[in-house]
Design a protein around this ligand. Structure first.
Ligand code: TYC
Length: 103
């Protein structure tokens, strides 16, 4: 098959500008057993929140069922999920943390 300029080979379309990567939300889910202090520690250590903000996010999750810990590229979000889940399980806590794409 003949294509203009392609001589039968596949063509790469040129795009101008820079594509921003799709971002992923890391969500904390509420449960009845993970201590509040551990959730605050997680928000400070893995999501770099100051103590006051960490307290507010933790309480919002506690009352509403879930909340956003941070927004990252996919690989960073997945790493945070793995690190926090690993830490929580090592401490014996059932804390659930998940990543979901922004629209
Ligand atoms: N609900 C927990 C408690 O009362 C605290 C908690 C907050 C747990 C946020 C998980 O993502 C969470 N100890």
């Amino acid at each position: 098959m003949t294509r203009p300029g392609g001589q039968g080979r596949s063509q790469t379309l040129e795009r101008t500008g820079t594509q921003r990567p799709r971002l992923w939300r890391v969500l904390l889910l509420n449960d009845d057993y993970t201590p509040m202090e551990f959730v605050v520690l997680v928000l400070e250590r893995y999501f770099r929140k100051a103590e006051q903000e960490a307290q507010l996010i933790m309480l919002a999750v506690h009352h509403k069922g879930q909340g956003i810990a941070g927004v990252y590229t996919k690989d960073v979000a997945e790493t945070k999920v793995a690190q926090v889940t690993d830490h929580a399980r090592r401490e014996g806590h059932p804390l659930m943390v998940v990543a979901e794409p922004e629209d």
